[in-house]
Ligand binder design. Structure first.
Ligand code: NAD
Length: 524
């Protein structure tokens, strides 16, 4: 058959067990027409949803919260089956954090949506009233990654839904099942049909969603794809929020409790199989405590339990797909070829899906592990002369997602945090901040655009629309045409009354202002 007459290769969206590699469910990939139909269904449903009282919408979030709580084990097990993350990680970082987000936005949404009266400035305070309404965008497209296949969509959807938007979600091609589970729970909680649509598929489907006529995009994924999405959104003049990759530094100061710092950094790096956006990926340790820190971290890494994610004892599971293992292995090989040394490695079961949690030293800035995002269980540790060198090297990256400082002196930690170029910084912890529903996070540099979570996410889901009315509807504005003789002086009097630095200067503008306000007439 001629290549031009062959049908294009079938694009797959499938649920696969990462331990065995077995596909346990295939999903129809959504083509352009079906994406457009989903967006049309969402748009049709959105008007009624937006017309509901905010408290009614919040009640749906509350019911979703209660249903998710009741089914928490089953949801965590489904996530673990599809992604291979240890069951405890699915429970903690997907289910529990999703519960937090549902409760936060159910509580804060209606409060946030109350119309606000705003000042109208000196020019018009005596006659005008300004009410700022928060209007939903309409249909918000969410494009999600696979590493938090339930919580990432929840964190984008909760603020969008409570503010009266409809959502069309494009999940990762590796984790469509978790998105479908979310849709089922939302429907069962009473969300009307059409208000939350899911379009399973790959990057082609994601690109179709951006072009489909949605009113805003919330993208979470790699910086490379985020750049393409930002360009496509710019072409359509629609706003986008981008939550992208990271290569977070952790700075360990000589006054830190080293056992605590090592255990903390190892958990923050290796939970979720090390497949984390926010996570300490480059560790800078002050020289005097470098050996002691490495020894403590080596004990922690070497003792990690790697295995079947369904077992409650497993601490690190398989990576999402064999290509993820190949990438992290290539990054390790590059480091070893350039002189790095493996200090500790946890044993792994046989199978393509596993990569041994690994600690390396002898790391230099030209290595891929220092230049690129590492998305797996690999931890490079670097000795630095002092805190100044640590800050300089920590900031020497194109990324700026998050950072951490580990120290026995909280005030010193906070002072150092101010010098780090990152969207959020924690002292003596690292990842926890992104699970706090009321804290806005986000990246700087190549790690993202916009703030996510918190009240800021609600702000991003609405168009703040001022409606200004006038108590004296037929009273002409003093600055309107015609510009007759004396108008300039009268305007100057008004400016003096409003802004002169002394009381005498202000009063000097009173008579002219009254004349201006009371005597304006139209052209004869
Ligand atoms: P990815 O960029 O490969 O894919 C993300 C999503 O974009 C997927 O749904 C994918 O199908 C879709 N996509 C691919 N090409 C597209 C295109 N041209 N147009 C529109 N959509 C497209 O990322 P991933 O491998 O799924 O996730 C891992 C990445 O996500 C890492 O870089 C990680 O740091 C990042 N991440 C960031 C955060 C954060 O909060 N900053 C959170 C989680 C993950």
């Amino acid at each position: 058959m001629d290549a031009s007459t062959q049908s294009p290769p079938r694009r797959r969206s499938e649920s696969r067990d990462p331990v065995t590699g077995d596909v346990f469910r295939n999903w129809e990939t959504t083509d352009d027409a079906a994406v457009a139909a989903a967006v049309a269904r969402a748009r049709a449903a959105q008007a009624d949803w937006a017309a509901r009282a905010p408290a009614d919408r919040a009640a749906v979030l509350d019911r979703f919260h209660d249903l998710l709580f009741a089914r928490r084990r089953a949801v965590a097990e489904a996530i673990t089956r599809e992604l291979g993350k240890p069951l405890i990680d699915a429970m903690a970082a997907d289910v529990t954090v999703s519960l937090e987000f549902a409760r936060f936005y159910a509580r804060e949404g209606p409060r946030f949506l109350r119309p606000r009266w705003r000042g109208v400035g000196n020019l018009a305070f005596w006659r005008k009233r300004a009410r700022v309404e928060r209007r939903p965008y309409g249909v918000i497209g969410i494009i999600a990654p696979w590493n938090y296949p339930f919580w990432m969509p929840v964190s984008g959807a909760m603020p969008a839904l409570v503010t009266g938007n409809a959502v069309v979600l494009k999940p990762s091609e590796f984790t469509p099942g978790a998105a479908m589970l979310l849709q089922d729970l939302l429907r069962e909680a009473g969300l009307p049909a059409g208000v939350f649509e899911v379009v399973p598929g790959d990057g082609v489907t994601g690109a179709a969603l951006v072009r489909s006529g949605v009113d805003r995009i919330v993208f979470t994924g790699s910086s490379a794809v985020g750049r393409k999405v930002a360009v496509a959104c710019a072409e359509r003049f629609i706003p986008c929020a981008l939550e992208l990759g990271g290569s977070d530094p952790a700075i360990v100061l000589a006054d830190a409790d080293l056992r605590f710092a090592a255990d903390g950094i190892v958990w923050n790096r290796f939970f979720n199989g090390g497949q984390n956006c926010v996570s300490p990926k480059r560790i800078f340790v002050e020289q005097p405590v470098f050996d002691a820190f490495v020894a403590a971290a080596a004990r922690a890494v070497g003792g990690l339990v790697v295995g079947d994610p369904k077992s409650a004892a497993t601490e690190v599971g398989p990576l999402v797909r064999p290509h993820a293992v190949a990438t992290i292995r290539a990054q390790l090989d590059d480091a070893l070829a350039k002189g790095a040394r493996i200090v500790a490695q946890a044993p792994v079961p046989a199978g393509d899906g596993f990569f041994p949690p690994t600690l390396i030293t002898g790391v230099t800035d030209d290595m891929r592990v220092m230049q690129e995002e590492t998305f797996g269980p690999l931890l490079p540790v670097v000795a630095v002369r002092d805190a100044d060198e640590a800050v300089r090297r920590a900031n020497a990256t194109s990324y700026g997602l998050s950072a951490s400082v580990w120290t026995g002196d909280a005030a010193r930690g906070v002072a150092l945090a101010r010098r780090l170029e990152a969207g959020s910084i924690q002292v003596n912890d690292a990842v926890n901040v992104v699970g706090m529903a009321d804290i806005a996070t986000g990246g700087v540099k190549a790690s993202g655009l916009g703030r996510h979570h918190g009240l800021e996410a609600l702000e991003d889901c609405v168009k703040s629309t001022p409606v200004v009315d006038d108590r004296f509807a037929r009273w002409r504005q003093p600055w309107w045409f015609p510009y007759l003789p004396g108008h300039l002086d009268a305007m100057d009097a008004f400016t003096r009354l409003s802004h002169a630095p002394t009381l005498a200067g202000r009063l000097s503008g009173l008579v002219g202002t009254l004349r201006l306000v009371l005597t304006r007439k139209g052209r004869a």
